[in-house]
Structures are given as C-alpha cells and as structure tokens.
Design a protein around this ligand. Structure first.
Ligand SMILES: Nc1ncnc2c1ncn2[C@@H]1O[C@H](COP(=O)(O)OP(=O)(O)OP(=O)(O)O)[C@@H](O)[C@H]1O
Ligand SMILES: O=P(O)(O)OC[C@H]1O[C@H](OP(=O)(O)OP(=O)(O)O)[C@H](O)[C@@H]1O
Ligand SMILES: [Mg+2]
Length: 281
C-alpha cells in the first residue's frame, strides 16, 4: 500500500482532490472523511492539515504527500519535491505600510510577523539581515495595524487581502510556490509511487495540451508540420482526395488559436481542436 498525505482543507485541498480523481484514484466523498482506502490502486489517502504533511512524510510515517513548496521549505523536514503540480500558485512576500521599506535590508532590527517562520528565518539568514520574527498562526496582515509588527511576510495570490488592509508588497519575492508532490529525502521509490507519478504527469500533460486535427495540401505539409511537430512527430494519413492529407498532433493549449490561424493561412481546412482527457507519454 502507498500511503499518501493529502491536504484536508485550505487553498490546496480542492486542487489536490481534482488531480487525484483525474489520475484515477478514489477520493473522499465529504470533507469529514479522514482516511480513504483505494484497494484497486494499492493506495491509502490520509487527509491532513497542509502544514503537517511535510512532517509526516519526513518522519517516514507516510510515503508521499501533496503540499505547497513554501510549506515544504518552511517545515525543515527531510523531504524532497518529486513533481510540481501546477496549481495553488502563490508568491511569499514582504509587505508593510506604503513607502516605509523598499528592500529586505531595511528590515534590520525590525519586527516581522509571519505564519511561515522557518521559511522567513532561512531567507533572512541567507540575506544576512537580523530581524525579530513574530510567529503568528494566520491573518498576519492585521499585525501591523495592531502594533505587533513593522512588516509582514505572507502568502500573496491575488493581492486582495493586502489591498483591503492598505499594505503594499516591497522587495524581491521571498519564494514562489505551487502544490508539489513530495517524498522523504533519499526514500526508495516504490512501484506504487512510480505509478502515481506517471499518472499525475499524464494529467498535467492532458491539461497543458490539446489534440489538433486538420487537412492540408501535400505540398504544404512540411510547413504545417513545423507548426505542429507533435511529440514524436505528427500522424499523417491519406485523405480520400487527390493531393490532400490529414494531420493529427498534440499542440500546447497556450497559443493553440495562433497555431490555427497560421495553419489556416497555409490553406489548411477542417481544423479541429479537442481536449485530451488522459494521456501517458
Ligand atoms: N490565496 C491563497 N491563500 C493562501 N494560500 C494559498 C493561496 N493560493 C495558494 N496558496 C498556497 O496554499 C498553501 C496554504 O494553504 P492553506 O491556506 O490551507 O494553509 P494555512 O494558511 O496554513 O491553513 P489555514 O488557513 O487553514 O490555517 C500554501 O502552499 C500557499 O502557497
Ligand atoms: O493575495 P490573496 O489572494 O488575497 O491571498 C492571500 C491571503 O490568503 C491567505 O490567507 P488565508 O485565507 O489562508 O487565511 P490565514 O491568513 O488565516 O491563513 C494568505 O495568508 C493571505 O492572507
Ligand atoms: Mg491560510
């Protein structure tokens, strides 16, 4: 059995549930389920607090987990990233009242509130800045107004929370994060974990690519293939029409409309785009 830790709530829970479901794993039916056993895939899913996941995996109690890269860095646990998952993207940034600070160097001797003390302390040490880290559990943006801190270091996604309380980011981003699959450092990879990784990679590729089909005159085929090279090379099949062929290739989802425009300019007809439901490359 592969023992996998999955966020039970918060910003990563829904994305984790969706990616696992698309990869063919059983997921929980309601948010009160703490453990789901999936005998068909030799897998047990444990729904845990996102911040605790790196700890469980690092201790070796669980084989792998889904958490945020920022949480992994914060934990100091003996875990490593195996696969970035492309959702739950955020940056981890300094913020303060507008115009007070402009870079991390200005924070020397100041108080910085955060819920990610490990990540912040690591960064301050790297930058050679000595400051006082005020450890809070959440809603850290309010700490400045309440006089507990001079600046905060927190997760920023849309920036709405900061704007609402009148704070502004400053300095370089401390970290860029997204959901990641993790395992214990130097863990021996099991067949069940290899299968999970392959399936998740398939889901991510299916999300990033579309399937494109079109008909083109034989003399324009090389130019068309340059636009749609596919993975190993596109499938080119005869058409029941003299001088024409049918082409099928995977194309990155981003920019696929431009590719369609360019194919149209080459004289391609019947250009069809369909979603890829699942794939294994
Ligand atoms: N808008 C967002 N707000 C918070 N976290 C986000 C957001 N977008 C992405 N994330 C990522 O989600 C993870 C944080 O998840 P979550 O908010 O559930 O944790 P938490 O704040 O410790 O938990 P809780 O809010 O329940 O105390 C981090 O990896 C963070 O980078
Ligand atoms: O840039 P935004 O899109 O506004 O998102 C970032 C905010 O969301 C998170 O808070 P969360 O809802 O997790 O509450 P918490 O601070 O109590 O963890 C995070 O801590 C920021 O406050
Ligand atoms: Mg939160």
């Amino acid at each position: 059995m592969l023992r996998l830790a999955v966020p039970n709530k918060g910003a990563l829970a829904e994305g984790a549930q969706t990616v696992l479901k698309e990869a063919g794993y059983r997921v929980r039916k309601d948010s009160k389920e703490l453990v789901v056993i999936d005998p068909d895939n030799s897998c047990e899913l444990f729904f845990l607090r996102p911040k605790d996941i790196a700890v469980y995996v690092g201790e070796g109690t669980l084989d792998a987990g889904i958490t945020g890269r920022d949480m992994l860095q914060d934990s100091g646990a003996r875990v490593e990233e195996i696969l970035p998952l492309g959702f739950g993207r955020s940056t981890f940034r300094f913020a303060a009242d507008p115009g007070v600070f402009s870079s991390v160097a200005d924070l020397k001797g100041k108080r910085i509130a955060t819920a990610y003390a490990g990540l912040l302390e690591g960064y301050l040490a790297e930058q050679g800045v000595e400051a006082r880290v005020i450890k809070l559990d959440g809603a850290v943006e309010t700490a400045i107004r309440l006089g507990v801190a001079d600046a905060v270091a927190d997760v920023v996604e849309t920036g709405t929370t900061l704007r609402n309380i009148g704070l502004e980011v400053f300095g370089e981003p401390i970290a860029r994060s997204e959901a990641v699959l993790i395992q214990r450092t130097d863990a021996v990879e099991s067949p069940a974990l290899r299968q999970l990784v392959r399936r998740l990679q398939g889901v991510l590729v299916a999300r990033d690519y579309v399937m494109m089909d079109y008909d083109i005159r034989v003399e324009r085929i090389e130019e068309a293939i340059a636009l749609t090279p596919g993975m190993e090379g596109p499938t080119v099949s005869p058409l029941h029409r003299e001088g024409w062929v049918a082409v099928r290739a995977m194309v990155p989802r981003t920019g696929h409309q431009q590719v369609m425009d360019q194919l149209w300019e080459l004289g391609a007809k019947a250009i069809l785009v369909t979603a890829i439901y699942a794939c294994r490359l």
